[in-house]
Design a protein around this ligand. Structure first.
Ligand code: SAH
Length: 215
């Protein structure tokens, strides 16, 4: 896998576009300037890797648009050593960004093929601090709870209760909620069963599905 000067240049331009679109978190922008997005796409899409667009990654799933990754990651306000649960590993790109920000990442995927591909790629890139699981993300990862942060990267009709339970008090979850289109929400656990909801912009994600799908 090769990261050229041309790729670096395209990445810088992408980061400038994100800034113009309102992304202001410098740490997030810096992580996105650092991580080669073309590593996470099939060869056929490499040419377009630095466009601010989602792309197919197989199994009818997509790598999120860079703006969406930047937006969700900014809302998550990652601190170094934060224990983070991601639902929807997909390509592994979002997980890698969280790890570059110093998070200890636990990422869950329901499609076996995508899980295997992302796990192998993340190991090869040796970013560290990322663990991949083939699971139904609806249930989270109770054995590693509580988490400081939870990020859901598929559109959920409702907020999964197990995920709320797996948040640490004071922790927060960023999740797109809705059917065909979603509203980005940030939910902060203020007490054992007390949550504060904040409402943000509209997005369109692939659907949050139940169960796991073997190859
Ligand atoms: N974060 C990814 C985005 C992938 S798209 C990236 O950076 O590339 C969303 C992913 O969520 C898809 O791969 C889909 O298979 C997965 N997904 C949907 N429902 C899920 C569930 N219940 N549990 C785990 N993963 C799920």
């Amino acid at each position: 896998m090769k990261d050229s000067y041309r790729h670096k240049g395209l990445r810088k331009q992408l980061v400038e576009q994100l800034r113009e679109k309102g992304i202001a978190d410098e740490r997030v922008l810096q992580a996105m300037a650092q991580l080669p997005r073309h590593f996470f796409l099939d060869k056929a899409f490499e040419e377009w890797a630095y466009q601010d667009k989602p792309f197919p990654i197989g199994k009818e799933q997509t790598i999120s648009q860079p703006y969406t990754v930047a937006y969700q990651t900014s809302l998550l306000e990652v601190s170094k050593r934060d224990k983070i649960l991601e639902i929807g590993t997909g390509s592994g790109y979002q997980a890698a960004i969280l790890a570059l920000l110093g998070g200890r990442v636990y990422t869950v995927e329901r499609q076996e093929l995508l899980y295997k591909k992302a796990k192998a790629l993340l190991e090869q890139l040796a970013i560290g601090n990322i663990r991949c699981y083939l699971r139904d993300g609806y249930k989270g990862l109770p054995e590693f709870a509580p988490f400081d942060k939870i990020i859901v990267t598929a559109g959920a009709e409702e907020v999964p209760k197990p995920l709320l339970e797996q948040l640490r008090i004071g922790g927060s979850m960023v999740i797109p909620v809705g059917g065909k289109a979603q509203r980005m929400k940030r939910i902060t656990k203020v007490d054992a069963d007390q949550y504060e909801y904040e409402d943000f912009a509209n997005f369109r994600f692939v659907p949050f599905l139940k169960g796991i799908n073997k190859e």
